[in-house]
Design a binder for this molecule. Structure first.
Ligand code: ZN
Ligand code: ZN
Length: 364
């Protein structure tokens, strides 16, 4: 089955119902979604009668491999993207060209407006992003791979953890392991944060050693080539205090309860409210300062958001993270994050790395 052709047909339907006659896709991520081509500097013109990918000679071989059969316009030396697009639009006799409002720059818009004075540029809002919300079978297969690579990498991290290693070393080794298991790289810069640094939800690795504190927070994911996984686990590397136990249990209970609330038809903010309510009840409400989760896909953060005020209704095929946390300045933080697929009758947790407190204890 040609999943990319199906996606382009769905997009054509959206364009047909808009004021535009065709859509110029300028977001490289959206081009990847619609064609399977993972390079950049290429735009896709989707018309009623077909589509053409405008690229340059650096990508000729890659394009043949990644999207055989797709109509290509390889720009010869001297022909800029601007000129190529204008030529295509003119030869298709388009009078209303849709552009992606979330991607096209004001500068590029003004250039096209000058080049194509007889063509109306119709700003569209998130047509491709709307399609990307619901993952198809091809995408779900990629998620399974991205999760496998990330979890294998974490197994190595856990088995080789040593108190003298620094956050930076652990982060580098984690990336190396994931690559050895087939990943293209990290899904995003890994967070490896010991003790008080774990109170920073977006901490960057430093020279602090694992042995310098009692806990280690790792937020990581693998990039399998297109899709990304995103997990967080906390490892207990030192003294087990009652406070650590309590904070960990509160986060885990909130995470498990929120996962159980995931099902088609529920409004995203309600899932967030389940976790937020439990954390508040335990007295840590003001220490959970971010949303519960986010959509995952070609980008590490995409729609839908599971957060206060998010009115998106969950639908089968959406992939989201569930990641409550408690961050106590000067002490540390605990966040637990899994990736979920919304299914017809509920959800499937794609990630399986243990999150029990007992199994979080490592001797290093
Ligand atoms: Zn994460
Ligand atoms: Zn996340």
């Amino acid at each position: 089955m040609d999943y990319y052709a199906i996606r382009r047909d769905k997009l054509r339907r959206l364009v047909r119902n808009s004021d535009a006659e065709a859509l110029l896709v300028t977001s490289f991520t959206n081009v990847t979604y619609l064609t399977g081509f993972t390079g950049d500097d290429s735009y896709l013109l989707v018309r009623e009668d077909g589509e053409v990918l405008v690229s340059d000679p650096r990508y000729t071989t890659q394009l043949e491999e990644q999207c055989p059969g797709l109509d290509l316009l390889i720009r010869p030396p001297g022909m800029g993207m601007r000129k190529a697009i204008s030529k295509l639009v003119r030869s298709a006799k388009l009078s209303r060209l849709g552009i992606e409002g979330n991607s096209m720059t004001v500068g590029l818009h003004d250039q096209f407006a000058a080049d194509l004075p007889k063509v109306e540029l119709v700003v569209t809002d998130g047509f491709v992003e709307q399609l990307r919300l619901i993952k198809d079978k091809l995408e779900i297969g990629c998620f399974h791979e991205a999760v496998r690579m990330a979890q294998k990498g974490f197994e190595v991290l856990r088995a080789t953890l040593h108190r003298d290693k620094t956050e930076k070393q652990v982060a580098a080794e984690l990336e190396f392991s994931m690559r050895q298991f087939g990943a293209k790289g990290c899904a995003f810069p890994s967070i490896v944060a010991v003790g008080p640094r774990a109170a920073l939800p977006h901490a960057t690795p430093t020279d602090a050693t694992i042995g310098s504190a009692d806990l280690l927070l790792v937020d990581w994911g693998a990039h399998e080539g297109m899709y990304r996984s995103d997990l967080t686990r906390v490892l207990v590397t030192g003294k087990i205090s009652p406070k650590l136990r309590k904070v960990y249990k509160t986060v885990l209970d909130a995470q498990v309860a929120a996962i159980k609330a995931v099902r088609p038809g529920i409004v995203a903010e309600k899932v967030d409210a389940v976790a937020r309510g439990l954390i508040a009840k335990a007295g840590y409400g003001r220490y959970f300062g971010h949303g519960l989760g986010h959509g995952l896909g070609l980008d590490v953060h995409e729609a839908p958001r599971l957060a206060v005020g998010s009115k998106t209704v969950l639908r089968p095929g959406m992939v989201v993270t569930v990641e409550p946390g408690i961050y106590l300045p000067g002490w540390g933080g605990v966040r637990i994050e899994d990736d979920l697929l919304v299914t017809r009758d509920g959800y499937e947790v794609l990630t399986s790395t243990s999150k029990s407190f007992e199994e979080a204890i490592v001797d290093c």
